[in-house]
Design a protein around this ligand. Structure first.
Ligand code: SF4
Length: 334
């Protein structure tokens, strides 16, 4: 999976993500956690984590996936994206010393999830693409206990890694940061086309349940044209039943002077997505019960009502059908 170049400097190219870091012996990649050890590129902080918490699965966010269940959520450190607005920059943008961090083996993690009665384990807070070996080891054990695995990712992965990782997940939330190549270049140092390919791959070539998050930053990625293009692309390539979460930005990292997203901007995005035909649209990082609700795609009845991440009513019957018209709600509920 790694390419070795024939130079005197022992440069090895990392093939995990499209960044393809050319690393000299002893050098870490852009993500911090992969290093040229002299023989190969290694993931040098396997199992060392920065955060571990029991979260409602709605916080990932996943709204059409086992509502009201809990996800044992963890993050490591580093990231392969260069987002100027990173909301988790304290763990993604610093090269931490793994020896200062808690080590938790895949076995220990699964045991913890069982003890805490979590229905799933979520790899979140930073991007699981960069620590995919650990994720796969956890998923191999978790499956034996009926524990689901969830990846929350920007989807910036090379083809082989994309396949290895996402085919093993039960659910994925992909952060689609904008629908503009220019935005991705300027603000994330990345390529939009790779993320779109990942979305198509997950939807068409895996069994994972897919949801999408789009963080709205006013004046940057919120023009009606861009939102219409994004929603039309989703409908055409992924279908109308992929949930889309519009999330409010809060000033962070290198975008401290951009203002927090207003509820009216989120409502505008919500209306555009609904008009484009998407059946499950939500707003997040802001309190809006009406726009955090799942509605029946046939008759419009309220199915699942939420207040922030808390489910306040779930009217789906045992077969995940609408109690009014009998239409099946898309997602994984039983
Ligand atoms: S995974 Fe890390 S080291 Fe490898 S190419 Fe991506 S950023 Fe570079």
């Amino acid at each position: 999976m790694y390419n070795f170049s024939n130079t005197d400097e022992q440069i090895i190219i990392c093939d995990v993500c499209p960044r393809r870091c050319h690393l000299k012996k002893g050098q870490n990649g852009f993500c911090f956690i992969r290093c040229n050890t002299g023989k190969s590129i290694e993931y040098t902080s396997y199992g060392h984590i920065t955060a571990l918490a029991v979260d409602p699965v709605e916080k990932k966010p996943l709204f059409n996936f086992y509502p009201s269940s809990y996800a044992l959520s963890l993050g490591t450190y580093g990231c392969n994206m260069g987002c100027k607005f990173c909301q988790n920059h304290k763990i993604t943008k610093f090269n931490l010393n793994p020896n200062d961090l808690l080590y938790i083996s895949p076995q220990m993690l699964v045991r913890k999830a069982r003890e805490m009665q979590c229905q799933s384990i979520a790899f979140t807070y930073n991007d699981p693409v960069i620590f995919y070996e650990y994720v796969l080891d956890v998923s191999k054990i978790a499956i034996n206990y009926g524990i689901k695995t969830v990846a929350v990712s920007a989807g910036y992965a090379q083809k082989e890694i994309r396949k290895k990782l996402f085919t093993k997940m039960d659910a994925v939330n992909i952060d689609l940061k904008a629908f503009s190549s220019d935005f991705y270049k300027r603000n994330c140092a990345a390529e939009l086309s790779v993320v779109l390919d990942t979305l198509k791959f997950i939807k068409n070539d895996t069994n994972a349940w897919l949801e999408i998050t789009n963080l709205i930053i006013e004046g940057e990625n919120d023009s009606p044209d861009e939102l219409i293009n994004m929603c039309e692309w989703i409908v055409m390539n992924l279908g109308k039943n992929v949930p889309l979460h519009f999330s409010a930005f809060h000033p962070a990292y290198k975008m401290l002077h951009n203002k927090a997203t207003s509820s009216s901007k989120l409502s505008l995005a919500y209306d555009i997505a609904r008009k484009t035909g998407l059946n499950y649209v939500y707003v997040g990082n802001i309190r809006d019960i009406e726009k955090s609700t799942t509605y029946c795609k046939e008759c419009g009845s309220i199915l699942i009502e939420r207040d922030w991440f808390k489910v306040i009513s779930n009217k789906l019957n045992k077969n995940a059908k609408c109690p009014c018209c009998g239409c099946t709600c898309d997602g994984i509920f039983i």
